[in-house]
Design a protein around this ligand. Structure first.
Ligand code: FMN
Length: 185
């Protein structure tokens, strides 16, 4: 069967980010037949229509190319003040521009890690709202919320919580099935 290429990214730029660590865990937990590439959103400048008119920045061109090349997106979002962080929204805003947005119709799944007790749930539902206009084909379930994240990763950023590891594994299996289903069309 054809390999499913997943592109993962997060709105956290923090070196020791739990969301980055959760994406790395996803890379270890992939089912057969899938690969994950993680892209760093740090080089993407703040969206500005003037900048866009002068020529889309190379970091944005590269990001959009990676989305085109991917069969599916895995977004792991922190929660900032009950919503998604600006870094993530900014990247999605850039990628949404133009007649041929690579986000249009792209299968995607989301998860979140947060130091709070809700595990980033509120940010996920804001992201789901944005996904409507982007026409991302978001997987509904399973939902993965890594709450109280500080206790779930070791000092090297390895996810050591069995429940969360199982939840991510289940998400990835469902995500690959979902992507294959949509690719059949
Ligand atoms: C500006 C800001 C706002 C935050 N707001 C929330 C919030 O609304 N809910 C929550 O659970 N955590 C919130 N946090 C805490 C984050 O969950 C925590 O910083 C987490 O580690 C961020 O993800 P990261 O580890 O991937 O960087 C906030 C953090 C920042 C910096």
């Amino acid at each position: 069967m054809e390999m499913i290429k997943i592109l993962g990214f997060t709105g956290s730029l923090r070196r020791d980010s739990y969301n980055k660590a959760a994406l790395r865990a996803a890379g270890e937990l992939l089912p057969d037949g899938a690969i994950l590439e993680i892209v760093d959103l740090a080089p993407i400048p703040f969206f500005n229509e003037d900048l866009e008119a002068e020529g889309v920045p190379q970091a944005v061109v590269d990001f959009k190319d990676k989305i085109v090349a991917a069969d599916a997106l895995l977004i792991c979002t922190p929660e900032y003040n009950y919503s998604i962080p600006p870094v993530l929204k900014n990247a999605l805003d850039w990628a949404s521009r133009g007649k041929d947005s690579p986000l249009n119709g792209k299968p995607a799944a989301i998860m979140s890690a947060s130091q709070g007790l809700f595990g980033g749930a509120r940010a996920q539902y804001h992201l789901r709202q944005v996904a409507v206009v982007l026409n991302l084909m978001l997987l509904n379930r399973p939902e993965v919320f890594i709450m109280s994240a500080a206790g779930k990763f070791d000092q090297d950023g390895k996810l050591i919580d069995d429940y969360s590891r199982r939840a991510i594994s289940n998400l990835l299996v469902a995500m690959v099935d979902w992507t294959r289903l949509l690719k059949k069309k």
